[in-house]
Design a protein around this ligand. Structure first.
Ligand SMILES: [Zn+2]
Length: 226
C-alpha cells in the first residue's frame, strides 16, 4: 500500500480499494479486529468489505486484519464536522458502499513500481497520449504542494486512482482547465475525502467533464506550498 499525507490532519494515510473498486483513505498501520455485526468499530477488511467489529489484539482465532477508515479518526475532519456520532464520517463511509456508480471503478492493476525512473513513470502513465505526456511532465516539474518530489507522488496517486492516458488528459484539460495548481487542489480534496474518486471517473466518462465546484481550498485543507 503506498502512503500519502492527509490534507486535513497531516498524518500518513494509505488508500485501500473496496470490493466495489473505490479507493478509501485509511489509517496506517493495519489493525487486528474481531468481526461482530454489533461491534463498535468500522473496518475496511482485507477483502475490501466495510464491516463492523471490535478493533484490538486478541488471541481468538476469529481475529482478522483490516484498516480503519481515515474519516473516523482524522482530527482535521472531526474539527470541521464536530458532532458526537461523527455522522459526516459515517456518511462518507457509506458513499463507499454505494453500488450504482461503481461501474466506472473496476479494480485495476497498478502500473508503477517503486523502481521506476521519473521518465518511466511519465511514459507508463501517458499510454502514448502526447497531451497526457505533456501534462504529467508539467505536474512533475511544477508541483508546489506535496513536499519533496510532490509531483512524482501525484503521478503515483493518479496510478492508484486509475487515471491514465486519455483519461488523465481529460482530467487535466476539462476538470482542471490545464492548471497544475487546480490539479493539486483536486488531488488534495480526494486525499481528504472531500471529493470521491468515483466522481472524477463519472466526470471523465460523462463526455462533458467540467471544473469541480465545491472544492476545499489549500488553506482549508491545511496545506502550504513548499
Ligand atoms: Zn486526516
Amino acid at each position: 500500500m503506498s502512503k500519502h499525507i492527509c490534507g486535513n490532519c497531516s498524518k500518513q494515510i494509505g488508500f485501500q480499494q473496496t470490493i466495489k473498486g473505490k479507493w478509501m483513505p485509511v489509517d496506517l498501520p493495519r489493525v487486528n479486529y474481531y468481526p461482530d455485526s454489533n461491534g463498535r468499530d468500522t473496518i475496511l477488511n482485507d477483502r475490501g468489505e466495510i464491516v463492523k467489529g471490535w478493533i484490538g489484539d486478541t488471541a481468538d482465532s476469529k481475529t482478522l486484519k483490516g484498516h480503519k477508515p481515515h474519516f473516523v479518526s482524522c482530527n482535521g475532519y472531526k474539527k470541521d464536522h464536530p458532532d458526537k456520532d461523527n455522522l459526516k464520517a459515517k456518511k462518507q463511509i457509506s458513499m463507499f458502499e454505494e453500488t450504482d456508480e461503481q461501474k466506472n471503478m473496476k479494480p485495476h492493476t497498478l502500473r508503477l513500481t517503486d523502481h521506476d525512473t521519473v521518465s518511466e513513470i511519465v511514459n507508463k502513465m501517458s499510454d502514448g497520449h502526447a497531451g497526457c505526456y505533456d501534462f504529467l511532465k508539467q505536474l512533475v516539474i511544477k508541483s508546489k504542494y506535496g513536499g519533496t518530489h510532490g509531483g512524482v507522488k501525484h503521478v503515483y496517486l493518479l496510478d492508484e486512482l486509475g487515471i491514465y492516458g486519455a483519461r488523465a488528459y481529460i482530467f487535466w484539460n476539462d476538470i482542471c482547465t490545464r492548471n497544475i495548481n487546480e490539479v493539486e487542489l483536486v488531488l488534495a480534496n480526494i486525499i481528504a475525502g472531500e471529493v470521491s474518486v468515483a466522481e472524477i471517473h463519472m466526470h471523465i466518462d460523462s463526455g462533458y467533464a467540467s471544473p469541480l465546484q465545491h472544492l476545499s481550498t489549500f488553506e482549508e485543507l491545511g496545506l502550504k506550498p513548499s
